[in-house]
Design a binder for this molecule. Structure first.
Ligand SMILES: *Cc1c(COP(=O)(O)O)cnc(C)c1O
Length: 382
C-alpha cells in the first residue's frame, strides 16, 4: 500500500459525507431521535404520537411541493424500488413506455418487462450521460422516467409528453435523488415518487408518492378490473396503491414502518420549509453543484461527465478524471481523511468521482472538498 496522504485539518470539510444515498444526515435530525428516545421511538405507529409525525410529513411535503388541488401524499414501506413494483401492479393498465439512461431508470423498465400481465414495455434508451424521454406511442397508458439518474448525474426535464393526456396516459416520474434538490412542477406528473435517504436526508425504507386524481382513479380501476385474457389481475395486498393510500389518509402505513426514519424525515422537511422551501433548497443545491462543475472545468485533470449543461444534475455531480489519475486512489485517499462516498457508480465503470450535494450538504464543505481533491491529486502524482 502506498503512503497515506494526510490532508491538513484546516482544509477538510466540516462534514465529510458526500454520498449519493444514503446521504448526510444532519446532527439535528439525530438529536430529534435522541429526544424521541422514550416516545415516540419504540411506541405504536397506530397511535397519535407517530401518526402526528406522519401527518406533519404529509402536510410538510404538500407545502414544499405546492401540491396541486386534488393531489394526495401517500407513503409506505419498501422505498422507490417497491414503488416500481407497485406501479406495475396497480398503475400500469397494459403497457408502459420508459426513458432509460442509467441503472435506476432501467430497473423500473425491467420490472415492467417481467410482469406477465403487462404487454412488453416500449423502451426509449438514451446514451449514458444524457437523458431520453419516452415518446408518444400508441397503446401506451403510462410514461415513465427518472427526474435525476443517480448512476450518471443526469437531470431530465419533468413535463408531460405532448399528446399523452389525450391518450389518457399517466406520467410516473422517479424523483428519488431529485425531490428536495431540483425544482419540479408536480402538475406535470401523476405520480412523483421518491425514497427519503437522498435529498430528504433520512434513512431508507419508505416510499413517498405525490399522486394525481387520475393516478388514484387508475389504481382503483386496475385493482378491480379484468386483465387482457379476462382473468382478474392478482394485486398482492402489499402492492396495492389503493390500500397504501387509504392508510396514508389516516397518517399510517399498511405495515409497520421504521419510526426512526419517520422522525428524521419529519425533521428534515420542517427544516427545509422553515428555510424557504423548494426555492431555498434548490438554490442551495444549484450553488453547491456549480462550485463542483466550475472547479472541474477549470481543472487540468478533471471535467464534468455530462456535456449538456442543462442536463447536469444539481444533486449528484459526476466528474471524470484523466486516465493518468486513478479515481479509485483519489476516493481511497479522501476516505482516509474522513471524506466518504465520492466513488462513481460501479456499473458505469468510469474513472469518475460522484458527489452528492443534497440540501443537507454545506456549500462551504463542497468548496473545501474541491481543494482536498486537488491536494490529493497533486500528491498522488508525486
Ligand atoms: C436510490 C434510488 C432508487 C432506489 O431507492 P431505494 O430506496 O433503494 O428503493 C430509485 N431511483 C433512484 C433515481 C434512486 O436514486
Amino acid at each position: 500500500m502506498s503512503n497515506t496522504i494526510s490532508i491538513p485539518q484546516s482544509m477538510l470539510p466540516e462534514d465529510g459525507r458526500f454520498g449519493s444515498g444514503p446521504s448526510k444526515i444532519r446532527p439535528e435530525q439525530v438529536s430529534a431521535l435522541v429526544e424521541a428516545a422514550r416516545s415516540p421511538l419504540g411506541t405504536s405507529h397506530r397511535q397519535a404520537p407517530v401518526r402526528q409525525l406522519v401527518a406533519s410529513i404529509r402536510e410538510g411535503l404538500a407545502s414544499f411541493f405546492h401540491l396541486p388541488e386534488g393531489y394526495e401524499v401517500a407513503l409506505g414501506n419498501g422505498g422507490a424500488s417497491a414503488f416500481w413494483d407497485m406501479a406495475c401492479a396497480s398503475l400500469i393498465s397494459r403497457r408502459a413506455a420508459f426513458g432509460t439512461y442509467g441503472s435506476f431508470s432501467a430497473k423500473f423498465a425491467k420490472s415492467a418487462a417481467s410482469a406477465p400481465f403487462l404487454e412488453d414495455p416500449v423502451i426509449y434508451q438514451g446514451e449514458m450521460g444524457t437523458y431520453r424521454l419516452p415518446e408518444l406511442t400508441d397503446g401506451v397508458d403510462a410514461y415513465c422516467w427518472a427526474h435525476n439518474e443517480t448512476s450518471t448525474g443526469v437531470a431530465a426535464p419533468v413535463r408531460r409528453i405532448d399528446g399523452s393526456r389525450g391518450q389518457g396516459a399517466l406520467v410516473l416520474v422517479d424523483g428519488t435523488s431529485a425531490s428536495g434538490a431540483l425544482p419540479v412542477d408536480v402538475t406535470q406528473t401523476d405520480a412523483y415518487y421518491f425514497s427519503p435517504q437522498k435529498a430528504f436526508g433520512s434513512d431508507g425504507g419508505l416510499w413517498i408518492a405525490l399522486l394525481s386524481p387520475e393516478a388514484i382513479e387508475r389504481a382503483a380501476n386496475v385493482e378491480h378490473s379484468a386483465t387482457l385474457d379476462g382473468a382478474r389481475r392478482w394485486v398482492p395486498p402489499f402492492l396495492s396503491l389503493t390500500s397504501a393510500l387509504e392508510n396514508s389518509r389516516k397518517d399510517q402505513t399498511v405495515n409497520t414502518p421504521a419510526v426512526a426514519t419517520i422522525i428524521m424525515l419529519e425533521n428534515q422537511i420542517r427544516w427545509l420549509n422553515d428555510n424557504g422551501g423548494m426555492d431555498w433548497a434548490t438554490a442551495r443545491c444549484a450553488k453547491s453543484a456549480s462550485l463542483l462543475y466550475s472547479w472541474a472545468e477549470k481543472s487540468d485533470y478533471a471535467r464534468p461527465f455530462v456535456t449538456d449543461e442543462n442536463a447536469r444534475s444539481h444533486s449528484v455531480v459526476t466528474v471524470d478524471l484523466d486516465d493518468a489519475i486513478s479515481a479509485n486512489q483519489v476516493v481511497a485517499a479522501l476516505r482516509d481523511n474522513g471524506i466518504v462516498d465520492t466513488f462513481g457508480y460501479r456499473k458505469l465503470g468510469r474513472n469518475q468521482l460522484r458527489i452528492g450535494v443534497f440540501p443537507s450538504v454545506e456549500p462551504a464543505d463542497v468548496a473545501a472538498l474541491t481543494a482536498c481533491v486537488d491536494y490529493v491529486v497533486e500528491r498522488l502524482a508525486d
